[in-house]
Design a protein around this ligand. Structure first.
Ligand code: 9D3
Length: 233
């Protein structure tokens, strides 16, 4: 997958995307990531990217010309152009899966200054927020999206990690996990897990995950096989 990012803060992208699974995916050619400085698409001496809002009011607005020029240069027919903005659809695993099916993404990062509305109207296919809190600009959100999408690309994860992941996609939190030692500072690992009875362990884990999800994240769908949730119980 090719991912282009348009941002006022290219240096922010050094680091997070150079580690771990993303680094491996890039090295393996699964992810072709390119960071572009919006100011490189200006033509005036001051490399101006914003201007005062028509109608007055505080703050500045990202002007259309540099963003139009950059998108027209970087995007093609296949490219999904996505504005990163607090007004967007709230990002979740379903949206990550949807984006992972695309061949090319162009993430356009906003800043505290809003976009000229014509960018939203005629350039963007989609607009994404990562949640209801105020950040200074769209760079961290873009990195969040890139991280979540990259690990879904075929081949980006080992088989272990990919199947272990299914539970969250299915709306269930993880069961409690332990490793050695069996007793640490007088805290014991549940006997069940030391029993060697794999069928019982499986049942115990499922129940733990169900209770945990109900208590910590009542908004999640929970275990689809939980009899209390089945209409015909
Ligand atoms: C004055 C109203 N503000 C909206 C709540 C303006 C504003 C604040 C912060 C406009 C842009 C920003 C910078 N944030 C982003 O560009 C952003 C963002 C975010 O702040 N939270 C969650 N997701 C995202 S995606 C882009």
């Amino acid at each position: 997958m090719k991912v282009d990012v348009l941002t006022l803060f290219p240096p922010m992208f050094a680091g997070p995307l150079d580690e771990s699974i993303i680094k491996r995916a890039r090295d393996a050619g699964l992810l072709d990531l390119r960071i572009h400085d919006l100011r490189d698409y200006t033509h005036d001496r001051h490399r101006t990217v914003d201007d005062r809002p028509f109608g007055g009011g505080p703050g500045m607005v990202l002007k259309p010309e540099p963003i139009f020029e950059a998108v027209e240069k970087l995007a093609n027919e296949r490219t999904r152009v996505i504005l990163m903005s607090p007004q967007g659809r709230k990002f979740d695993q379903a949206i990550a899966r949807e984006l992972a099916r695309q061949s090319e993404l162009l993430l356009v990062c906003g800043s505290y200054e809003g976009f000229d509305e014509r960018i939203r109207e005629s350039l963007a296919h989609d607009e994404i927020s990562i949640g209801d809190y105020v950040l200074t600009n769209g760079a961290l959100p873009a990195m969040v999206v890139i991280d979540a999408v990259t690990r879904l690309l075929p081949g980006a994860l080992g088989d272990d990690a990919s199947s272990a992941d299914e539970s969250f996609s299915q709306g269930l939190l993880e069961y409690p996990q332990y490793t050695r030692p069996a007793e640490f500072r007088r805290m014991k690992v549940p006997d069940m897990l030391l029993s060697g009875n794999h069928a019982e362990i499986e049942k115990w884990r499922r129940e733990q995950a169900r209770v945990r999800t109900k208590n910590k994240r009542p908004d999640l769908p929970g275990d689809p096989d939980d009899s209390d949730k089945v209409a015909s119980k």
